[in-house]
Design a protein around this ligand. Structure first.
Ligand code: SF4
Length: 210
């Protein structure tokens, strides 16, 4: 992030949403940049832990997937496998599930849209701990704005995953009806009160991910 005023804004948003998330019983942390965020995540996970992953540009930007592969962890590697669905099943009972999120509202709701549902399912139930890394650029005013943001990003995600959907041609959501549709499961995690501290959220005061 080069523009200092934009960076200032993301820092302000990031610090504020971190406090909002804490009030909602999320284990929330603020990081000034991706390096700091990576250290916070790695400090949470003990060596030898079984780790599942949600698909995330943010995690790749942090180099976390490589670190998990090379380190002393039992990574359920959804990117390096024959059978993705099997890995999705295994990740449901991982000790730590590490993922991004599509949007967070100003009032601390985590909003996500999934193609297969494996990511949103694991965020809600299954893994003992969930660690979410999110850039302050994903903080939006309310649920409507979160869904609008998701719809704007979905064509890029579809293109990135080589899905042959009409949005990869027009750049806009065409509400497609194909088996390759990316937008199938919309979830809102309203708060962390059911299992306080189960979900950690590391907020980066910068523009990160899609
Ligand atoms: S519903 Fe279909 S066309 Fe719309 S963004 Fe999702 S994948 Fe693309």
């Amino acid at each position: 992030m080069n523009n200092p005023m934009t960076k200032w804004r993301y820092e302000a948003i990031g610090k504020n949403i971190t406090e909002v998330l804490k009030e909602k019983e999320f284990d929330a942390h603020y990081a000034d940049n991706l390096e700091e965020a990576k250290k916070i995540v790695l400090d949470m996970i003990p060596e030898g832990a079984v780790i599942g992953l949600g698909g995330s540009v943010t995690l790749n930007q942090m180099g976390l997937v490589e670190t998990f592969r090379e380190g002393n962890y039992q990574l359920i590697d959804r990117y390096n496998c024959e059978d993705h669905v099997q890995k999705y099943h295994e990740a449901m009972s991982s000790e730590y599930f590490v993922t991004g999120t599509n949007a967070i509202t100003r009032t601390g709701e985590l909003v996500n849209m999934d193609c297969s549902g494996n990511r949103v399912a694991a965020m809600i139930f299954g893994p003992r701990r969930v660690i979410v890394v999110v850039g302050a650029n994903k903080v939006v005013e309310n649920l409507d704005a979160a869904i609008a943001r998701i719809k704007e990003i979905a064509p890029i995600n579809s293109k990135r995953n080589n899905h042959t959907t009409p949005c990869t041609i027009s750049g806009f959501c065409e509400d497609c009806k194909t088996g390759k549709r990316m937008c199938n499961y919309l979830t809102v995690i309203y708060h962390g009160m059911k299992n306080p501290g189960r979900i950690s959220v590391v907020v980066v005061g910068d523009e990160v991910g899609l």
